[in-house]
Design a protein around this ligand. Structure first.
Ligand code: HXC
Length: 539
C-alpha cells in the first residue's frame, strides 16, 4: 500500500518536472520567435533608417502603414532569408530579405502589396527577395485583388548574380500574366534602375515621387562613357522627365504620403479584377443638373481655343476628375471621373494645346488608357474637338501611321460602353478614330457647334476650287464665298445626324443629364468579338 502511494507521488513529481521543462522550452521558443521577428522588423538598423528619413523618405514599413487601413496589414514571409554564401553574405543575413510583403485593405477592399526596404542591402533584389514578390503576385491573381508595389531598390543584388536576374524575370512573367486581370500599381519611391524598370513598365500605373525617385536603364556615368553625353540623375530619369518627356509615369507625387494617397484614390475608383464592375459612389450632385456654362463655351471662331477640362468638370459628379499623365501629350486628356456614381474613363481632345491634334504621343497615351478601361469594365466617355492628325515630317518619320493606328485599334477593340460627344471639330481620319459610330460607339451625340468633315474649310476650298479661285475676277472674294458655302454644308452636325452617324444633337447645357441617362442604359451592355488567341495591335 505504502509502496503504491510512494510510486504515485513519484509519478506526480515526474509529471510536474516534465511540465516545467516543457514550459521553459515553450518560453524559449517564443522568445526565439520574438527575436527573429524583431530582427526582421528592425531591417537594416537605426542608422540606415535615419539615413532614409534624412532623404525625406519613409521606411518600407511606414509606407505600408500609411497605404493601408489601420491595423489591416498581415505580413507574410517575414522570416524568409537569402541563401547566398558568396562575398561573405552568409554572415549578413537579415530575415525578410529586404522586402516587406503581405495583404491588407484600402477602404475595406483587399489589396496585396510589397515594399522594398532600402535599409536592407539597398533594397536590392536577390533570389528570395524576388520570390517573395512572386508569391504576392500569385496570391493577388488567385484571389482577384489589386497588387501594389512600392519600389525602392538598388536593382539586381550584385552578390547573387544570375539568381537575382532569374527572380526578376519570374516577376516580369507574373506581371504579364496578371495584366488585364487585376489592376497592378507601381510606386517608385527611390532608385529603380536597369532591367528593374520593366516590372513597373508592364504594370498599369506608375507613380513617381518628385526628387526622390529615379528610373533609367543605364545611369549618367554609363551614358557619359558610351555616348559622351552629360546628364544629371534628375534630368535623365527624375519624375519630371518621365511625366512630361517619356510618358513612363502616370502620376507625380510631391512626397511619399502624397504618392500613397494617389494609390488609395485609384483603388477606390477601380474594380478589384476584370470580372467585376467598378465600384459605385453615391453623390449629392443632381443627375439632371443643367450645365449652363457650356452653352457659351465654344467660341464662334473655329480657330479660337477653349479649355476642354471645363467641359469635363461641368458634366461629371461634383466636378471631380483624376487626370492621368497630365503633363505628357497634353493635347489629349485622359483620366477618371464618376457620372451618376459610376466610374468612367474620359478621353478628350484639348483644343488649347496643338489645337487638339492627334500626334504620336497623344495616340499612344490614349490607346493605352482605352485598353485599360476596356480590360476593367470601365465605360469610356470621349469628348471630341480634333482638327486631325498633326502634320509634319517628324511625325511621319516617327511613325504616326502605326502609332495613330494604336488608338483606332484600341477603340475598335473595346467592348465597354462607349459614349461620344463632338463639341466642335471632328475632321478627317481623326473623326473615325475618336470613338465614332463606325467603330462601334454606342451613343454618339454632338453639340450644335459641331463640324464633321474631311477637313477644315480653308484647306478643302483650296483643293477642290483652286482653278475657280485663280480664274475669278476677285480671287479673295471668291475664296471667301466658297469657304462660306463649304461651312454652310459641313460646319454643322446635321449631315451626320441625317445619316444616323450621330444619335442626337443636344444643347450643351443638357450634357450631364443626357450622358447619365445614356450611361445608365448602357451599363449592362454585352458585346463579343470573334475568338482568337490575341489580336495584333500595331506596336
Ligand atoms: C547589392 C546593393 C546594391 C545592389 C546598393 N546596395 N545597390 N547591394 N546589390 N545592386 C547596397 C550598398 O552596398 C549599401 O550597402 C546599401 O545598398 C546602400 O547603398 P549606397 O550606395 O550606400 O546608397 P546611395 O548612396 O543612396 O546610392 C544608392 C544607389 C547606389 C544609387 C542605388 O547604391 C547604386 O548605384 N547601386 C547600384 C545600382 C546598380 O547599378 N544596380 C544594378 C542595376 S542593373 P551598405 O551595407 O553599405 O548599407 C539591374 C539589372 C536588373 O538591376 C535586371 C533585371 C532583368
Amino acid at each position: 500500500m505504502i509502496f503504491k502511494s510512494l510510486a504515485k507521488s513519484n509519478a506526480n513529481w515526474v509529471s510536474l518536472a516534465i511540465q516545467y521543462h516543457h514550459m521553459s522550452g515553450v518560453k524559449e521558443r517564443i522568445d526565439e520567435l520574438r527575436r527573429r521577428k524583431a530582427q526582421s522588423e528592425a531591417g537594416g538598423g537605426q542608422k540606415r533608417i535615419a539615413a532614409q528619413h534624412s532623404k525625406g523618405k519613409l521606411t518600407a514599413r511606414e509606407r505600408i502603414e500609411q497605404l493601408l487601413d489601420v491595423d489591416s496589414f498581415m505580413e507574410v514571409d517575414s522570416l524568409v532569408e537569402h541563401r547566398c554564401r558568396d562575398f561573405d553574405m552568409d554572415k549578413n543575413v537579415i530575415p525578410g530579405d529586404g522586402v516587406i510583403c503581405g495583404h491588407g485593405t484600402i477602404n475595406g477592399k483587399v489589396v496585396y502589396c510589397f515594399a522594398q526596404d532600402f535599409t536592407v542591402y539597398g533594397g536590392s533584389l536577390g533570389e528570395m527577395h524576388g520570390l517573395k514578390i512572386c508569391k504576392i503576385l500569385d496570391m493577388a491573381l488567385k484571389t482577384g485583388a489589386p497588387v501594389i508595389g512600392l519600389n525602392d531598390s538598388g536593382g539586381a543584388r550584385i552578390q547573387e548574380g544570375v539568381a537575382s536576374l532569374g527572380s526578376y524575370a519570374e516577376i516580369f512573367f507574373r506581371n504579364v500574366r496578371a495584366s488585364g486581370v487585376i489592376p497592378q500599381i507601381s510606386v517608385i519611391m527611390g532608385p529603380c534602375a536597369g532591367g528593374a524598370v520593366y516590372s513597373p513598365a508592364i504594370t498599369d500605373f506608375v507613380i513617381m515621387v518628385d526628387k526622390t525617385s529615379h528610373m533609367f536603364i543605364t545611369g549618367p556615368e554609363v551614358i557619359k562613357t558610351v555616348t559622351n553625353e552629360e546628364v544629371s540623375f534628375e534630368e535623365l530619369g527624375g519624375a519630371g522627365t518621365h511625366a512630361s518627356k517619356s510618358g513612363v509615369t502616370h502620376f507625380t507625387a510631391e512626397n511619399d504620403d502624397d504618392a500613397l494617397e494617389i494609390v488609395r484614390e485609384l483603388i477606390q475608383l477601380l474594380p478589384s479584377n476584370n470580372l467585376e464592375k467598378p465600384p459605385t459612389k453615391l453623390t449629392n450632385d443632381s443627375l439632371s443638373r443643367s450645365c449652363d456654362k457650356l452653352d457659351d463655351l465654344v467660341p464662334e471662331n473655329a480657330s479660337q481655343p477653349y479649355d476642354m477640362i471645363t467641359v469635363i468638370e461641368e458634366v461629371v459628379d461634383d466636378g471631380a476628375f483624376l487626370e492621368v499623365q497630365a503633363d505628357f501629350a497634353p493635347n489629349i486628356i485622359v483620366g477618371y471621373s464618376r457620372m451618376g456614381g459610376h466610374t468612367i474613363g474620359i478621353v478628350a481632345n484639348q483644343p488649347k494645346i496643338l489645337a487638339g491634334c492627334l500626334d504620336i504621343d497623344a495616340s499612344v497615351k490614349a490607346a493605352r488608357f482605352v485598353r485599360f478601361c476596356d480590360a476593367f469594365n470601365i465605360p469610356i466617355l470621349t469628348l471630341v474637338d480634333v482638327p486631325g492628325f498633326l502634320p509634319g515630317a517628324n511625325q511621319e518619320w516617327g511613325g504616326i501611321i502605326r502609332h495613330g493606328a494604336k488608338l483606332l485599334y484600341a477603340y475598335a477593340e473595346a467592348t465597354v460602353p462607349k459614349i461620344t460627344v463632338i463639341t466642335r471639330k471632328a475632321y478627317g481620319g481623326a473623326y473615325d478614330v475618336m470613338s465614332s459610330k463606325h467603330i462601334r460607339g454606342d451613343y454618339n451625340i454632338a453639340w450644335p457647334s459641331a463640324q464633321l468633315a474631311v477637313m477644315g474649310a480653308d484647306g478643302a476650298v483650296q483643293i477642290i476650287h483652286r482653278r475657280r479661285i485663280n480664274s475669278a475676277g476677285n480671287p479673295e472674294q471668291e475664296r471667301e464665298r466658297l469657304v462660306d458655302d463649304y461651312n454652310e454644308t459641313f460646319a454643322n452636325p446635321y449631315q451626320a445626324a441625317a445619316l444616323g452617324y450621330l444619335d442626337d444633337v443636344i444643347q450643351p447645357r443638357d450634357s450631364r443629364k443626357v450622358l447619365i441617362k445614356a450611361l445608365g442604359a448602357l451599363l449592362d451592355k454585352e458585346e463579343t468579338r470573334p475568338e482568337r488567341k490575341h489580336g495584333n495591335i500595331p506596336l
